[in-house]
Design a protein around this ligand. Structure first.
Ligand SMILES: [Ca+2]
Length: 490
């Protein structure tokens, strides 16, 4: 078009002398350069693909975070991420245990669809692509750091760089695998993981390729000796006597399925000494200290992202893989469908993400479609999670209402649980427990009014006044259970 303008001006005015022609040409070239350079720069920035760092914290319950209102725990770096980004305090996992939660995140699907429903059923179904595959195909550098806990290899799940350890390890001097080679390390596991990730970021920061990084912490999961050997100076910040005891301690098992009393969920807590306050407080102290040490390590990661000038074009998404009972209802561990187990932190920070908070119900399977959506990559139609890009203030705000409930499935007995499922709305929760030997036979129901009873102390399932809400939640839950069972049998 520019060339055509020059040519037509020459035709119109006849052939000028060489000096005039040269001057005219230079003037036109100058106008061309001045008018187009800023536009093309702007275009480059707009077209630049965003980077992603997804942080999966291990056994990190939603309220082990300063931002959640917990005044005792120190998490300044994650709080700062939450304050600069979007915080979702009503976030849940599809199944509250490490291996299935990771498979759900990777595939955007429930365990009944992706094949991973316990530590033993730990292989993602053949042919299912992970979120990393989609980013890899879109030209992204894909990497994974820290804990890996499914039987499929990182490489087979779409990661082209790996620095990981598998499953249960100590907190200190962990052996990692770096792109297929065993590597001995010294120091606190989260410091080592973050150092690996920041070294990698420095290495690739000069590249034009965008990156998708999945960083998995190990803390605050218990170590292989069932303790939390955090740093000494961190432990001193949490005097054992000051640790808070749960509202639901000592436990009252009325209104709860009685098997949890005699099986591992409660028996293991007794082994830890939770019938007395001091051993329980001592565990809470260790857990809090481990969260604080993990937070400090993540602070170094955030600092490096800033130093490398990546902040403006990098989304940081942080989520817990599942929660953890700290004596609530006389329990330890996870899996069961109570809040402490299934509710986790979720934070999204990044380009154009508003500093805000939403009480919408989110799931770990939403991360995959949301990240793909933010990157402008096509979301596969059979993904069960939903993109919440429009909630972040970055795009379409005209989409319809968000989901009004989340479904939870734990059909395979894990750590002494029986098959159970739940529906959680903003106000209510219905849990159905099924017989161990006859998985179709309903043996117990729990209905909690979460809005007025967040500690799930009063089972309203036998209350005639709540029959209408019980019936409507039953319809929802039983429909979801039917679909889950159908998917699992495929
Ligand atoms: Ca976990």
């Amino acid at each position: 078009m520019i060339k055509r303008t020059i040519y037509s001006s020459i035709i119109k005015e006849g052939l000028p002398d060489r000096g005039t022609l040269l001057l005219k040409f230079l003037l036109i070239w100058l106008c061309f350069a001045l008018s187009l350079k800023p536009a093309s720069l702007h275009q480059n920035i707009a077209e630049q693909s965003p980077n992603f760092i997804v942080i999966y914290t291990d056994d990190h319950r939603w309220d082990a975070l300063g931002k959640s209102g917990n005044a005792l725990i120190d998490t300044p770096n994650i709080d700062s991420l939450a304050n600069s980004g979007y915080y979702f305090p009503n976030s849940f996992v599809t199944l509250s245990i490490c291996t299935p939660s990771r498979a759900a995140f990777l595939t955007g699907r429930y365990g009944s669809r992706n094949g991973v429903m316990s530590q033993r059923q730990n292989t993602v179904k053949r042919g299912l692509k992970s979120v990393a595959h989609y980013f890899q195909e879109a030209g992204y550098k894909t990497s994974v750091f820290g804990k890996w806990h499914i039987s499929n290899s990182p490489e087979s799940m779409g990661f082209d760089y790996e620095y990981y350890f598998h499953g249960l390890v100590p907190y200190w001097d962990v052996e990692y695998t770096l792109n297929g080679q065993k590597v001995k390390t010294k120091g606190f596991v989260e410091d080592v993981t973050v150092e690996g990730a920041t070294d990698y970021l420095r290495e690739i920061s000069g590249s034009n390729d965008p990156f998708f990084m999945w960083l998995n912490t190990w803390a605050p999961h218990m170590d292989e000796d069932f303790s939390w050997p955090a740093k000494g100076r961190t432990l001193t910040r949490y005097p054992t006597e000051s640790m808070p005891l749960p509202v639901t301690w000592p436990p009252d098992f009325s209104g709860k399925p009685q098997y949890i009393k005699s099986n591992r969920p409660h028996q293991r807590a007794l082994e830890y000494g939770y019938s007395r306050s001091y051993p329980l407080k001592s565990h809470i102290r260790g857990y809090y200290a481990a969260v604080t040490d993990m937070d400090a390590a993540l602070g170094k990661l955030f600092e490096t992202v800033d130093q490398l000038g990546l902040s403006e074009n990098t989304y940081i998404i942080l989520m817990g893989d599942n929660g953890w009972f700290m004596g609530e209802h006389g329990l330890t561990s996870k899996v069961l469908a109570y809040e402490e187990s299934i509710r986790v932190p979720l934070i999204v920070s990044g380009p154009k993400v508003q500093s805000s908070e939403s009480d919408e119900l989110m799931l770990n399977i939403d991360i995959m479609p949301t990240a793909l959506d933010l990157a402008g990559i096509h979301i596969p139609s059979d993904i069960q999670g939903k993109s919440f890009k429009h909630l972040l203030g970055t795009g379409n705000t005209k989409e319809g209402p968000w989901r009004d409930h989340v479904f939870y499935e734990a059909p395979v007995p894990v750590h002494g649980t029986q098959p159970h499922y739940a529906i959680r709305t903003k106000e209510w929760k219905l849990i159905q427990t099924y017989d161990l030997k006859k998985p179709d036979e309903l043996i117990f129901e729990e209905l909690y009014h979460i809005a007025s009873d967040p500690n799930e102390t009063n089972n309203l399932s036998m209350n005639p006044e709540q029959k209408p809400i019980l019936d409507s939640l039953r319809v929802l839950l039983e429909e979801r259970i039917k679909k889950s069972r159908e998917a699992a049998s495929i």
